[in-house]
Design a protein around this ligand. Structure first.
Ligand code: GDD
Ligand code: MN
Length: 369
């Protein structure tokens, strides 16, 4: 890329009257100084403190303000509108590269050129400004806040394989290549706070790069992220997660397993053969359903290779179930049925984790060569 691309900056705002003028000025200084052509798009949800009025004072061909109408007394705002505001900003953006950031100086404007340079260097579809990459960090957080943030990232890592491409899937500071996300944007209706997470999950595989940064204290005003966002996050993650689909498929496999076993038992009268036939049939039907549904977006390489690896993954799950029962029963005197039940849960986790990493590889870029 010889010429510098047009860059759009999206600033979602809700009650940022004390920050908006300064952040726009600072972004103009940093981007103008680095010689980028840029535009800034403020998406405000009719903030009661009139952030949008202040933003409109700076309006120019380079600074656009989108004011969304929010019904009075509705509690969809107060932060709930963040992800959808980001979507609107991205759809309006004319730039080849679009940066999304907080308007409160928690995401330092000096990092923006680094995101742009990284995108140009690597050709990545998404560049995440990461608190958890080497060299990144957070300023002035309590242990509890840090623990919650890391916990949420871990939950996302387990439940949403596409987020494994970044160390900070909860980041609100990132760059996207507009052309790579255009079609996803049109179809998604994101809820809550975690726009980036949802984008990664809803897209076909995106190439992700990272730039470390230190998350600063808020310059002025208050955070809109409340306890309700935690509950929203958990529900939302469960809905988006292939783990939920993997569990449904697993239950259907039990029915296949028992039905085939019954048929073969009636025909041969040999329990060993009947059991093995049941097991193999359920592995095959689970595989087909996971291919077509659970992990349909994560198919890479040859189907036969995946089938072979899925056998290993399933065997890993069964062995885990057995060993858990054995260990709990022998070492702790736990009732074998209870031990088996706990083992089934752990075996499910092992099978799911192996399936989502070695069988179907979500969020890991295909090697096109
Ligand atoms: N238009 C609009 N509508 N903007 C909103 C809304 C909304 O409903 N809610 C918040 N914003 C704006 C804020 O004004 C701010 O510019 C930005 O979105 C982020 O909101 P904050 O209230 O500053 O969130 P935070 O700092 O607690 O959380 C940030 O860090 C998290 C990671 O810890 C955000 O960047 C999150 O996205 C991020 O996950
Ligand atoms: Mn913030």
């Amino acid at each position: 890329m010889g010429e510098k691309p047009l860059v759009s900056i999206v600033l979602p705002t809700y009650n940022e009257a004390e920050n908006i003028t300064k952040i726009i000025g600072e972004l103009e200084r940093v981007l103008g100084g680095a010689g980028f052509s840029y535009e800034i798009i403020v998406v405000d949800d009719s903030s009661p403190d009139h952030t949008w009025v202040k933003a409109l004072r700076q309006a120019s061909p380079r600074v656009r303000v989108v004011v969304r109408k929010i019904a009075r007394n509705s509690n969809v705002n107060l932060g709930g509108g963040l992800a959808s505001a980001i979507r609107i900003g991205l759809m309006q953006a004319r730039g080849d590269l679009v940066v999304v950031m907080d308007a409160d100086f928690q995401h330092p404007p000096e990092v923006v050129p680094k995101l742009i340079e990284k995108a140009m260097e690597t050709g990545a579809d998404v560049v995440v400004a990461s608190r958890y990459a080497k060299g990144g960090g957070v300023e002035g957080w309590s242990k509890l806040r840090l623990l919650m943030s890391r916990g949420a990232s871990l939950i996302a890592w387990i439940a949403l394989p596409q987020t494994r491409a970044t160390s900070d899937p909860m980041s609100g500071f990132f760059l996207v290549k507009k052309a790579s996300v255009r079609s996803t944007l049109r179809n998604m209706r994101p809820k809550g706070f975690k726009f980036l997470m949802e984008l990664l999950v809803r897209s076909r595989t995106l190439k992700v790069a990272e730039v470390p940064y230190v998350f600063k204290k808020r310059a002025a005003g208050e955070s809109k992220l409340g306890y309700k966002t935690i509950v929203d996050f958990l529900l939302h993650t469960a809905l988006l997660s292939p783990m939920t689909r993997f569990a449904v498929v697993g239950m259907s496999g039990t029915i296949v397993n028992l039905s085939v076993m019954k048929l073969v038992l009636d025909a041969t009268g040999i329990p060993d053969i009947a059991s093995l036939a049941g097991i193999e049939s359920s592995i095959l039907s689970n595989f087909a359903l996971n291919e077509a549904w659970t992990f349909r977006k994560c198919r890479q390489g040859s189907p036969l290779g995946r089938l072979a690896r899925y056998h290993l993954s399933s065997a890993g799950g069964s062995i885990t179930t057995y060993l858990t029962m054995k260990i709990l029963h022998v070492l702790a005197g736990v009732n074998p049925l209870l031990g088996q039940f706990i083992g089934i849960i752990l075996g499910f986790l092992v099978n799911y984790l192996a399936s989502s990493t070695i069988v179907w590889r979500c969020g890991v870029e295909k090697d096109e060569s």
